[in-house]
Design a protein around this ligand. Sequence first.
Ligand code: F6R
Length: 594
Amino acid sequence: MCGIFGYVGNRKAGKILLEGLKRLEYRGYDSMGIAVIENDELRVIKDVGKIDEINKKLHLENVGGRIGISHTRWATHGGVTRINAHPHVSCDESIAVVHNGIIENYQQLKKELSEKGHAFKSQTDTEIIPHMLEEFYKKTKDPLKAVLETVKKLKGSFAFLVLFKDYPDRILVARYKSPLVIGVGDGEAFVASDVPAFLKYTNKVIFLDEMEVAVVKRDGVEVYDGISGKRKEKEVVEVDWNLEQAEKAGYPHFMIKEIMEQKESLLRVLGQDENIMKAVEMLKHANKIFVVAAGTSYHAGLVARYWFVKLAGVDLNVIVASEFPHFKNLVDKNSVVIAISQSGETADVLEAVRESKKRDAKVIAVVNVMGSTLMRLADLSLLINAGPEICVVATKSYTSQLSLLGLLAHAFVGKLEEGKEKLKEMQKKVKEFLENENNLKLAEDLAENLKDKQHIFLIGRELSYVTALEGALKIKEVSYIHAEGFAGGELKHGTLALIEDGIPCIAISPLDKTRDEILSNAMEIKARGGKIIGISEENNEVFDEFIKVPKLNGNVFHPIMMIIPIQLVSYYLAVKRGYDPDKPRNLAKSVTVK
Ligand code: F6R
């Protein structure tokens, strides 16, 4: 849940570290810190707050040195304090560490190290790492050996970077179950939690695998197996993301930029027929098909379930990743597990995948981030190619997941080409909708009317039921207004009791067979004083307010179109309520802890 970034080269470290951290801020933003080696001194600067605020106070961009490591924190162990912020240092302050992940056996290790005389300052699990490195470094006088010995002792998950004051030419890094990538530049190198953090400087990447340790210098990277200590050859991969995708490009926030990008991003799932057909083969041979995912990606899985039932009469067992342990006994060697994840780093999803692999099931990843842990674990990966999604809130990745899963469902029944045509048609509708400024204005006006409400309900049936669930999640996470999505028919089994004068309810109502029933459900709400906001191709007297989407002609990809007005309303709600939509409170983009 934290972001880490390291640099070694000829540029001024403070500025580069700050820039890298800014790009990783979506991963955590309660405190931050940097460590550099300048004039043979190890200098640590850290504080509580957002990066810009801290920079204003401490002028980090002016910090010198040509090597440094840095961290933006999302607290897990220990409160949000300056002392708990990273980097953490050894007793003699010659070793500095930034870490993402959780060291599960830290209490035991802390006890052992304390008995050896190490003094701890913070409440974090991380602080044991520099102290343990100090122990091993004293014995071996070799920074690599110290790291190799240390990783053997750690249980849990980690991606960490180390600066040794005695070795101002290198960053030592290690990873296990937490993301870490190395950027190889010309006479410089970068280490970060994700690729966009250093994309401005290089797109040449070394993806570290589990339990690998690396020595990163400006003129080369050496990778070692963390268990055997043996040197490994690693491929340098060129990633075809560009910097523009990782910048705001004139938009005030990434969220609106990424919503608008859906005009084009949807079609970037095309061009992988071969892999889609491989996935179909795997699914056809499966006795049971599971889908595991969390949050928005879970909603994509739910839509896929409706599609598979609708098109193929085949059910998918869609399980929230954190609940998967209670279903794992059902998975066997004849099962296929589809793991959906934008980041490919969500801890619960990875855990479910590892468990499934232990049971010899086959795993298909539907993933955005190339080189992510999920992609490396899966038997087959289908890339959604949405491009970097920087805003914490998932928007374009959701519609790209739907695009890909929709194609998969069509391919499963031998209709991949038909699926592609329908997707292309839907992309045109999305483009038409987003290019019409009136629609943005309408969403903004609606947000103005909703911004002081305490509750918002959303209803839909069949595929639109899932749109209601996803819409509610969007509203909650950026605007902090309580929102709940329901299957239209379910509301009267309890929640209708909450409807009173003026309570807004968004009715998602495409012109399909669910139309009449959802309008009746809307009537029931209206009769109790609720205000109905229709999202539909056609107005209706039950709607008090109405967002018109283009005619969808019964296209089953409609969940892609129908979520977009709600994404927009959510965005404007956040802005009007004075919140930063890119960084909702308490949330992090990749939930790399369980
Ligand atoms: C919602 C959101 C989260 C993620 C969830 C899974 O807007 O961003 O609910 O969808 O944390 O993340 P991934 O897809 O990276 O596994």
